[in-house]
Every structure is written in structure tokens, then in C-alpha cells.
Design a protein around this ligand. Structure first.
Ligand code: SF4
Length: 242
């Protein structure tokens, strides 16, 4: 379903944070990671998983927005379980509005914060119809005006639905970036800025997927699987597991 945007559109969709320039090719960045090492990290991710995909099920940009809004403080598997039936009934803002808040709440009641999320799903559907002709906008500022949509959600939508090289920083991306040495940033915004500056352009669209998947399945919060990690020789984490 992913609709690709042209390079011209992509440049207009690029986040404002993309202001910092990467260091010199032979330079050092992060905790001593050289540009060559960063290149090698993403080369290995690309070799192991050339087409990384997000795990939230969706059929168009609208269902993607809804799924990402529902995923706050919930697992992708839990969201998918709830949205399969919901999206069969409502895969457009018009159908969602017609379904109504009570029915949406009933569909998603297994997800945390479901009352507030049901309300936001209806409000954002209404706003999409009233202000955007029922079409999900590709622009960050416009996306962030939708109820329940913050910077991370906007980044995911711009990336997954429209192919923009954004870095959606969740808890996995933040932790993995810190450990590897890609960023010492302690906030999502700081890590996003570092990633935008350091990730080689050729990997820009896929990078956040690799980092999320790496954090979810390998570089786990409590016990990272360092012995089997494909970048353990480059990673700067001082407490690698044996
Ligand atoms: S070596 Fe360990 S800490 Fe470093 S990225 Fe791999 S799993 Fe994470």
C-alpha cells in the first residue's frame, strides 16, 4: 500500500531537524564511532534484512495513522489483534466516523488507554474529513495537528506511508542508539537529530525499522543478546553480555 513520494516531495517532507551535517568521511562521531563504522553497521543491517517492515498491520495511510495512535504504550501484536476487526468495518475516516466512538472503544478495549484512544480516533477522523478532504497529509506540521498524533507518530506515517527518511525514535531506538554509540542523546528529539545527521542517506528510509527490530529482538532492554549480535565488534556498549 505504501505510496512512494518523489524526491521533490521527499525534500519538502524532510523534518526540520535535518539541519546538522554529517561529519567528515573519516571523522569520528558518537562515542568514537567513525563514519566508516556507522556505514558498516547499516551495511550489515541491510545485508541481514534488506526490506525491514514495521509490524503494525494497516491497509492505507489512514489505517496506519490509527494503528500508530493506538500503539502508544501497547504492543504491536496487541494493536493488530484489535484492529483486524476494526479495519474490516472502517478503513476510511468516513467509515470510522460512521462507526462511532462507542463501537471503536468496544473494538479496542483490550488496548491500554482505550477510552482516550477511541476518542482521538474519532476526532482525528473528523478533522481529516473537515480539513484535509479525508486524505492523510504528508506534511509533518499538518499531521501533528491531528488529535493523538505527536512527533513520533508523524515520523512513522511520513516514513512508512510516504517514504520520507524520518527517524521515529521510540524506547527501542533510543536505547539501541545510546548503546551502539550512535547517539548520547537522552531524549527522543536529541537522538532523532543525531540519527538524521549520522545515518548514511542510502539507509535513511530503512534505518529506524532496523533499530526498532534490533532493540525488540536482539538488543533487548534487560538482557541484550550480545554474543549473537551482528554488530558486536563495532558496538560501544561497555556492558555487553557474554
Ligand atoms: S553488542 Fe549487545 S549492546 Fe551492542 S548492539 Fe549488540 S546486542 Fe546491543
Amino acid at each position: 500500500m505504501s505510496k512512494r513520494i518523489s524526491p521533490a516531495q521527499r525534500s519538502t517532507a524532510a523534518p526540520r531537524l535535518a539541519l546538522r551535517k554529517p561529519g567528515p568521511r573519516s571523522g569520528r562521531s558518537g562515542r568514537g564511532l567513525s563514519t566508516a563504522e556507522i556505514q558498516e553497521i547499516f551495511r550489515r543491517f541491510a545485508e541481514a534484512n534488506p526490506e525491514p517492515k514495521g509490524e503494525l498491520e494497516h491497509s492505507n495511510p489512514f489505517t496506519l495513522v490509527v494503528a500508530v495512535v493506538l500503539s502508544a504504550q501497547a504492543t504491536d501484536a496487541g494493536v493488530n489483534k484489535a484492529t483486524r476487526a476494526l479495519f474490516q468495518k472502517a478503513d476510511t475516516p468516513q467509515k470510522m466516523l460512521a462507526l462511532g466512538e462507542d463501537a471503536v472503544r468496544e473494538h479496542i478495549k483490550s488496548i491500554g488507554l482505550f477510552r482516550a484512544k477511541a476518542k482521538n480516533v474519532i476526532l482525528l477522523s473528523d478533522k481529516l474529513i473537515r480539513e484535509f478532504g479525508g486524505v492523510v497529509p504528508q506534511d509533518r506540521d499538518a499531521l501533528e495537528t491531528l488529535p493523538g498524533v505527536g512527533r513520533k507518530t508523524a515520523n512513522v506515517v511520513m516514513n512508512v506511508a510516504f517514504g520520507a527518511p524520518t527517524m521515529a525514535v521510540d524506547t527501542h531506538v533510543l536505547r539501541v542508539s545510546n548503546r551502539i554509540g550512535l547517539s548520547a542523546g537522552k531524549t527522543p528529539l536529541a537522538v532523532e537529530a543525531d540519527l538524521l545527521a549520522k545515518v548514511p542517506a542510502e539507509y535513511g528510509v530503512r534505518a529506524h525499522h532496523w533499530l526498532i527490530l534490533h532493540g525488540r529482538y536482539v538488543c533487548k532492554a534487560r538482557k541484550p543478546s550480545c554474543p549473537t549480535c551482528l554488530i558486536r565488534d563495532i558496538c560501544r556498549f561497555p556492558d555487553k553480555t557474554l
